[in-house]
Design a protein around this ligand. Sequence first.
Ligand code: DAH
Length: 364
Amino acid sequence: MKPEEIERMRDEALAAFAAAGDLDALQAAKVAHTGGTSPLALANREIGALPPQAKAEAGKRIGQARGAVSKALAARQVELEAERDARVLVEEAVDVTLPYDRVPAGARHPLTTMMERVADVFVSMGYEIAEGPEVEAEWFNFDALNFVPDHPARQTQDTFFVQGTREDGKPTVDDESGIVLRTHTSPVQARALLGRELPVYIVCPGRVYRTDELDATHTPVFHQIELLAIDEGLTMSDLKGTLDHMVKALFGSDMKTRLRPNYFPFTEPSAEMDMLCYVCRGESVGNADKPCRTCSSEGWIELGGCGMVNPRVLTACGVDPEKYSGFAFGFGIERMLMFRHNVEDMRDMVEGDVRFTRPFGMEI
Ligand code: DAH
């Protein structure tokens, strides 16, 4: 139990702690140099056998050595913990500039959102959503709606025929009606009247087709929303009030509509419906300083067609025109999106480029 030996034990312990490069190594060094079988612990145990004088001296030396060892251990522990914490911070840092591999969540197309917004206005008034096929019987698309076979209006709709009719209007296949891609959502009027109990209050948003070339203002596939209300005692003022409510709900409480006489075979009287220009609210009219591109300074934007349902349509669909009357209207969603959001080219709506859809937000 020489003093040099105790110093050596102490120094070996201190050297082992200093050499420990991480907390695991320090733990091993701690067991080796301070544990129950460490040299200093064994030496401490031997003190008891020494004569009193030597016992006191050895006790003091070993006590001092053990004190120095546990101090050094604690200091190294603090050092290594600090090192570990600093390393963890660096290793676990997230580089927010790294590219990520997640596919962005999809969003609905602005046309869909627009269509649903319009439909919601009517659903909140108690209307139901109705649907019909896009590949439609010619009878529903035209005949039921009072387009007679040689009616010039049939040509104005630029129809895609899936299964045609002959020149004389007779079907090419047996007795069946021709089949077309529906040119408007109006055939859903006839389907609703034939398939539902009266009164009928429906809206039908959907896709329609016409043989147009795709350009800035035309697309062969586009969307319309159709409305039909058939009940006892409905009049043109109900139509006007409904249109006014719709444009107020969609475009603001200062909005208005106006009706201009027009012709559609399935409504009588028929009208073209305009709404106050969404952009200038009519203020550009006669105001050369403030021209409006959206309405060409006319103050009004044409929205679509409407009217009182022609009694012939009611009769064709088994509804008694003496008892029931009603109104209908239909308009294009693309056009509405164009003037509501300043979209200048319809092709942007069909090309699927997310740079077009993103500014509309990510409504899912
Ligand atoms: N179906 C017509 C079109 O596509 C629009 C239309 C006009 C719908 C008058 C209607 C209506 O319901 O009453 O041009």
